[in-house]
Design a protein around this ligand. Structure first.
Ligand code: SF4
Ligand code: SF4
Ligand code: SF4
Length: 305
């Protein structure tokens, strides 16, 4: 295997040929922020927050799409790099509803983390702001496209599963947004509710309804579970607060597994200490019924009396 040797922040680093500057730096223990980089779907280069300074280069290249080369001299936190990242964050915040106090993602949000790290408070740029209605049509997923940073991770994650590709970038320029076909609600799309997109979203644009208002991210414990409903063996997180199961969430997918709704809900039901009351549609309305009625056993029990 051929290798290349470069210098990152004064440290000599040797990596296999073809490695990106981002991976070389991360592998050597240096921090580089990313929004759009997804190790399972690399090479997008859209958010530019991962820019670095490379000696002799005319501009600040995005490290996630720049191959490491022999003799390259890279700085990951030079004044020019920090300035560029601050500007990118300012531009994002100029069009982002910063309601971290009540945002489900607070404490696990890259925009929040990077704004803190680079001391960016927003307010340096004015102008038009997005004002989309929140899409709550899906029973499991809430979509707030006002908080989307257009990293595209959800798009690439969804399209990696054969025959899905439910969402993609739509419109142009300022109006660019992630949308379903014909910009319909998620409920009216071919979405399979697998929640893979939620698991990769770096901000609060996509969130689990099952977690809404129940706990802050630092209050929960996650336990990795392998689904046993079929032979695929998808990975999920069992989410608990004070020992009580709150939800089963999609584990960040890295191997192309599709993660089905049956598996996630099945595990949620199995681990829920209080199974939900079954409901049946009567006269056009869903009403709570007993398990024997839901399973059609009432007639049999009547005959046994
Ligand atoms: S997405 Fe992040 S930055 Fe935006 S409101 Fe939520 S926690 Fe705050
Ligand atoms: S829930 Fe699954 S199918 Fe629906 S948009 Fe997200 S990744 Fe695609
Ligand atoms: S919804 Fe989330 S994952 Fe999708 S593009 Fe927006 S910020 Fe990225």
């Amino acid at each position: 295997m051929s290798t290349v040797t470069l210098t990152i922040n004064g440290q000599e680093v040797m990596v296999p040929a073809g490695t990106t500057v981002l991976d070389a730096a991360l592998g050597a223990g240096f921090f580089i922020p990313t929004f759009c980089h997804d190790p399972a779907n690399p090479g997008f280069g859209g958010c530019r927050i991962c820019v670095v300074e490379i000696k002799g280069a005319r501009n600040l290249p995005a490290s996630c799409v720049t191959a490491a080369a022999n003799g390259m001299v890279v700085e990951t936190e030079s004044p020019a790099v920090v300035e560029a990242r601050k500007t990118i964050l300012e531009l994002i915040l100029a069009n982002h509803p910063v309601d971290c106090l009540t945002c489900e993602k607070s404490g696990d949000c890259r925009l929040q983390d990077y704004a803190f790290l680079y001391d960016v408070k927003g307010g340096n740029f004015g102008g038009e702001r997005k004002d989309y209605a929140i899409d709550d049509s899906n029973p499991y997923i809430s979509r707030n496209m006002n908080k989307c940073v257009l990293c595209g991770k959800c798009v690439r994650t969804c399209e990696k599963v054969e025959d899905r590709a439910v969402i993609n970038f739509a419109y142009r320029g300022f109006r660019t947004k992630v949308a379903t076909a014909l910009d319909s609600s998620l409920a009216d799309s071919a979405c399979a509710s697998c929640s893979r997109c939620v698991s990769v979203c770096p901000v609060g644009a996509l969130s689990y309804k099952s977690m809404a208002g129940k706990a802050r991210v630092w209050e929960v414990q996650k336990e990795e579970m392998i689904c046993s409903w079929c032979e695929t063996g998808c990975l999920f997180d069992l989410v608990r607060k004070n020992g009580k199961v709150l939800s089963v969430t999609a584990k960040t997918p890295g191997d192309g597994k599709s993660l089905c709704l049956k598996g996630r809900l099945g595990m949620e039901l199995r681990h829920n200490e209080q199974p939900p009351t079954p409901m049946l549609k009567k006269d056009g309305e869903f009403v709570e019924v007993s398990w024997t009625e839901a399973l059609g056993l009432d007639d049999i029990l009547d005959k046994l009396k």
